[in-house]
Design a protein around this ligand. Structure first.
Ligand code: NAP
Length: 539
């Protein structure tokens, strides 16, 4: 990178934190509280990360509100009242803003500023971080809190640019009201975002055409208002509930109960009753109906059959019901949580176009052509997902020691140590990076664990006057092997999910998240007890 691109290096904080979502904000707060000088950089105009960008109709968290919130401050968790079992995007954004105000975090941030690259300098053991504004910042440590699902993916469909109607992506929804009343709308994509948006768009639009390539399993949310008694009880027991969640594989759902039985230990009647009980409670707990649903194909088949039966019961047109039925592993692609999704396909103004066998052919100026038929629409909503886990990291030109580029180091797939650090990229940390539990967990729990581990490490470095830390290549290789070996014990590698990078053409196929929050945390603690095993420290 030429020196001209470095621009004007005017600031020299200890740490640059990229991102002002849940991860970045807590990282900044924690570091500032520990006496570090920190600059936060955020491409959006304000705080919120995912919840700042994803404003599509129906956007809502599918982890329960009382779990999807910070636990680091007792005052914060006691003073905030969530109104629903699953919070809407707007309520979560209000919460994030409250956190930013309460801990006075905005003053550390440069908003409307995209980081375009960063370069490590061996001479002074630090990073120069370049931004799109032309300004750069020099720092000792670089923390990348850029989110796992923050680079939207729009498929390369022939002649898309010729379409003259409105186009939207759920992951970059406009910050103004979008009106669909009286319009013919198409939604492409039936993952979590599509499943949330489709029922609401169907109610508003004149007509809705859903283009579905792969049907997904979705379980009812049974969202509801939270009562005062429920809030009070949870708040009174918060520390025990949080601790119990930390012992769960996905760092959530302790209240639902840990599954103790395999499908094979139940009679047919018990099995159906258990699935029914979990379905009626709603949410991710469905995957905890039995302890082997994600481990054993036959067990999983029972869950799949149960869901397909429920789809058949709800969707009146047998052909449409058949098209909506997934034939893959339940939970292999992330399970969706919905409100009225299957019921939406009973509406007269909704039609389903199954592009499983024949892909969307092309756009015209007025619509979408699939199976030789043109579907004329006024607006298209792409609910087509993200370049997950690596997209936002690789969008920046990050250059480590010996001019090594992160893009080259990860050419065959991401390599990290603990999902926290990368060999050849000293003094750089990733929050919820590939190789960490992140997207397989309640993100808030994972974020808190990462932030606390990283800030403790920086304090340790400062205390002993170390000024350079780097993950060892061998530790990184072993960690990658462990992430994959654990994934291979599960059914996760058995479908074309974004966990594997399979949704992005040409992306290397490797299972990115680490399965199992408690064992991950134990390993992070063991690494510290062993004197930061796997890291090389220098002065
Ligand atoms: P996604 O799960 O990747 O779903 C994208 C959808 O677009 C899939 O149905 C995909 O089909 C379809 N698609 C992509 N390219 C296509 C093409 N050329 N033609 C037709 N269909 C195409 O993305 P997402 O729904 O945005 O969700 C991503 C993740 O974000 C979720 O898994 C979840 O972790 C997170 N999320 C969370 C919440 C929440 O409540 N917390 C809400 C929304 C999203 P294929 O399956 O065939 O590729």
């Amino acid at each position: 990178m030429s020196d001209e691109r470095l621009g004007n290096t005017s600031e020299h904080p200890d740490v640059v934190v990229v991102g002002a979502g849940f991860a970045g904000l807590y990282m900044v707060h924690r570091l500032v509280s520990n006496g570090f000088d920190v600059v936060g950089i955020e491409r959006g105009s304000d705080v919120g990360g995912t919840w700042y960008w994803n404003r599509y109709p129906g956007a809502r968290c599918d982890v329960e509100s009382m779990e999807y919130s910070y636990s680091f401050s007792e005052e914060l968790q006691q003073e905030w009242d969530w109104s629903e079992r699953y919070s809407s995007q707007s309520e979560i954004l209000r919460y994030v803003n409250h956190v930013a105000d309460r801990f006075d975090l905005r003053r550390h941030y440069r908003f409307d500023t995209s980081v375009i690259g960063a370069r490590f300098d061996d001479r002074w053991n630090g990073w120069t971080v370049m931004t799109a504004t032309g300004k750069s910042v020099r720092c000792r440590y670089l923390v990348l809190a850029v989110g796992c699902l923050s680079t939207p993916h729009t498929p390369d469909v022939d002649r898309l640019s010729r379409f003259e109607g409105e186009t939207y992506h759920t992951g970059t929804w406009p910050h103004r009201s979008v009106e669909f009343a009286g319009k013919r709308v198409a939604v492409i994509g039936t993952g979590s975002s599509g499943v949330q948006a489709i029922p609401l768009i169907a109610v508003e639009a004149a007509s809705l055409t859903v283009f579905q390539r792969t049907p997904n399993y979705t379980v009812p949310a049974h969202n509801r208002r939270l009562g005062k008694d429920e809030l009070d009880w949870t708040k009174a027991n918060y520390s025990e509930l949080r601790a119990a969640n930390r012992r769960m594989q996905a760092a959530l759902g302790a209240g639902f109960g840990r599954p103790s039985k395999s499908v094979f230990e139940s009679t047919r009647h018990e099995r159906e009753a258990r699935f029914g009980e979990c379905w009626d409670k709603g949410g991710f707990g469905f995957l905890s109906a039995f302890n082997d649903l994600l481990l054993n194909q036959t067990s999983n088949d029972y869950a799949a059959r149960y869901i397909r039966t429920r789809i058949r019961e709800v969707v009146k047109d047998p052909e449409v019901a058949e098209s909506l039925m997934p034939d893959s592993v339940v939970g292999c692609k992330r399970l969706c949580i919905d409100t009225g999704y299957y019921e939406t396909f009973n509406r007269a103004n909704v039609s389903l176009v199954d592009v499983r066998k024949t892909p969307i052919e092309r756009f015209t100026t007025t619509g979408i052509v699939a199976e030789g038929l043109e579907h004329t629409v006024d607006a298209v909503v792409f609910a087509t997902g993200f370049d997950a886990m690596t997209g936002s990291l690789l969008a920046m030109d990050i250059v480590g020691t010996a001019r090594k580029r992160l893009r080259d180091h990860w050419e065959a797939g991401p390599r990290t140590y603990l999902g926290l650090a990368v060999s050849g990229f000293p003094n750089m940390f990733t929050i919820c990076g590939p190789g960490s539990p992140s997207v397989l967990t309640n993100m808030l729990m994972s974020i808190e664990q990462h932030v606390e581990w990283i800030s403790d490490f920086m304090k340790f470095m400062q205390h002993y006057s170390w000024n350079r830390v780097e993950a060892q290549c061998e530790a990184e290789t072993q960690w990658g092997a462990r992430v994959n070996a654990i994934a291979d014990l599960t059914l996760y590698p058995n479908c074309n999910s974004w966990y594997l990078g399979a949704n992005i053409p040409g992306k290397p196929r490797t299972f990115m998240p680490y399965f199992g929050f408690p064992s991950y945390c134990q390993e992070c603690e063991a690494v510290v007890e062993d004197g930061y095993r796997g890291f090389t420290l220098r002065r």
